[in-house]
Write a protein that binds this ligand. Structure first.
Ligand code: CUA
Length: 157
């Protein structure tokens, strides 16, 4: 009788665990859905770049005393804006997308390196300590003029 009771408890416990797993998976997916909404903010339909608040006018925007946002559009075979000008010792967040095919966005001599993927917005936040001019290169093969695709980043004092 005692053993039977333990068996029942054990079964009940297993059942609770199974339900728990199902709930975790279900609500886990809902959680994932919420994350996806956040991801969606980091997408842009290439056809709609022309009417997108962020990318229709590729630019450097000051958003705080020492904070800048840079909206970069890569396309065959240029980067916009070019040059990119930001002051030294400020926090700079790059948002990078592509209008056509996959490009690279690499600031030579730094660890800034990202792919520029049509439909997606890559986000990188950096701070430049030293004023200077840096080359921006495309490091993903994107077509016959790939090797000429470059821009520049000017960090002003
Ligand atoms: Cu763009 Cu290679």
């Amino acid at each position: 009788m005692r053993i039977h009771t333990y068996e029942k408890l054990w079964l009940a416990g297993s059942f609770v665990l199974i339900v728990g797993f199902i709930v975790t998976i279900t609500y886990g997916s809902v959680g994932l859905g919420i994350t996806m909404i956040d991801d969606e903010a980091n997408t842009v339909t290439p056809d709609e770049i022309g009417s997108d608040d962020r990318f229709s006018d590729p630019r450097v925007e000051q958003v705080g005393e020492d904070e800048y946002e840079v909206y970069v559009v890569a396309m065959t075979f240029i980067f916009q804006p070019d040059p990119i000008e930001v002051p030294a010792s400020s926090e700079v967040t790059f948002y990078v997308t592509s209008r056509d095919v996959i490009h690279g966005f690499e600031v030579a001599g730094t660890n800034i390196n990202s792919m520029a993927i049509p439909g997606q917005v890559a986000e990188l936040t950096v701070e430049f300590d030293e004023p200077g001019t840096y080359g921006i290169v495309c490091n993903e093969y994107c077509g016959p003029q790939h090797h000429t695709m470059e821009g520049s980043l000017v960090v002003t004092p």
